[in-house]
Design a protein around this ligand. Structure first.
Ligand code: SAM
Length: 369
């Protein structure tokens, strides 16, 4: 287990034409910022990794996530949703929105354990995921675009989504300044070139990467900040919960010194360079949770940042594990061997969700109002 999304098996056809269209765009406009490239590689309607092709987050896909690992993840988050429902005085119209709901493996157990039914929305850019969600959860409203959403009281959950939002890439220079990496075409291949950093990138770096030494590489998460702002603005009251790999700006410093956190996933492995075969692989970076928390505070919410193991344990998951272990022990003393194995495997799943160097090391930002 690592601090990264867990790669899984799977094959998919390569996107056709996207690389050529990126080349044509560069031909018209010159080198494009990396975040523009990443936006096309992941979200282009005709070849983006998420917006075309098969379901990505499932056992046969490119990676495994906490909800794909165990239903206990969604069932534990149900307790958070229930607490918010009570805190808001059981508000009429209380809404649960999951952003990037994948195949529904978080919502399904979550809704299954609640003894009341929130209005539930799933925002998904992937047509394959939207179809899977409609099949698995017919009562959930599945929407492709946040612009279709109106304000509500309730909870927004995003698990392993913010790490995909496009990043600009900046490099610290010897004189203490910054350059920005852009994508250029040398005829055959897409290549990275360095150019002066845009002003919005410089402002972000000043706020969140001032301590990075010469040679350090930083993913500037402007799109993540904008996303957080929009999610908070949707909320009349309630909470936005962001769960992902990443750290504070300070915690990310060693990784930035060593060349940054941008990486790709495909099938079993960390994949190739992000410029190879755009649309064929997941591109991701560690989330700067200090930057997200700053947006949350600036937007008037109370921001709390903690680790996934801490968050889930506070919601009772470690107690649940202890209870399952007791039941497993009881079965071991002359009980049903099959039931004992089932209990053992549920305990193992929870251990995975809480593993201090795996999913447990993910960060959880809760922005409440
Ligand atoms: C890594 S998967 C995680 C899926 C699910 N949340 C889970 O934890 O298993 C990311 C999911 O978010 C969706 N997605 C990515 N960017 C998105 C965005 N900007 N808005 C909505 N959905 C997005 C993808 O289609 C994909 O289903």
């Amino acid at each position: 287990m690592t601090n990264d999304r867990q790669p899984a098996t799977g094959n998919r056809p390569l996107a056709t034409g996207l690389k050529e269209r990126i080349r044509q765009l560069i031909g018209r406009e010159g080198p494009i910022p990396f975040d523009r490239f990443m936006d096309m590689a992941l979200y282009d309607p005709d070849g983006g990794y998420f917006s075309s092709g098969p379901l990505r987050s499932q056992a046969g896909g490119d990676f495994l996530t906490s909800p794909e690992t165990s239903g206990e993840f969604g069932a534990t988050l149900a307790r958070f949703v229930d607490k918010e429902f009570r805190r808001l005085g059981r508000a009429a119209g209380f809404t649960l929105l999951e952003v990037g709901a994948g195949s529904g493996t978080l919502l399904s157990p979550l809704l299954g354990v609640l003894d009341w039914a929130p209005r539930t929305l799933a925002l998904e850019v992937s047509p394959a995921a939207r179809e899977a969600l409609r099949q698995a959860l017919p009562a959930v409203e599945v929407v492709p675009d946040r612009r279709e959403l109106d304000g509500f009281r309730g909870v927004v959950i995003a698990n392993e989504v913010v790490d995909n939002l496009p990043v600009a890439i900046a490099v610290r220079t010897e004189d203490g300044g910054w350059t920005e990496r852009r994508v250029w075409s040398d005829g055959a291949d897409l290549v990275l070139v360095e150019a002066p950093a845009r002003s919005e990138v410089l402002s972000w770096l000043e706020a969140h990467a001032a301590d990075v030494p010469a040679g350090g590489v930083v993913e500037c998460q402007l799109a993540a900040g904008n996303w957080m702002r929009r999610m908070i603005d949707l909320l009349e009251a309630g909470a936005v919960v962001v769960i992902d790999y990443g750290d504070t700006s300070e915690g990310l410093l060693p990784r930035r010194r060593r060349g940054g956190t941008l990486r790709t996933y495909r099938a079993h492995h960390l994949s190739r360079h992000p410029l190879d075969e755009p649309g064929s692989m997941d591109i991701t970076a560690d989330v700067d949770f200090s930057a997200l928390a700053r947006v949350a505070s600036d937007r008037g919410t109370q921001a709390r940042l903690c680790r996934q193991d801490e968050f889930l344990s506070e919601l009772g998951l470690d107690g649940r594990m202890a209870e399952l272990r007791q039941r497993e022990l009881a079965e071991a003393r002359g009980g049903d061997p099959m039931e004992r194995l089932r209990l053992r495997s549920r305990v193992k799943e929870i251990e995975t969700l809480l593993h201090p160097r795996g999913f447990g090391d993910f960060r959880v930002l809760v922005a409440t109002r």
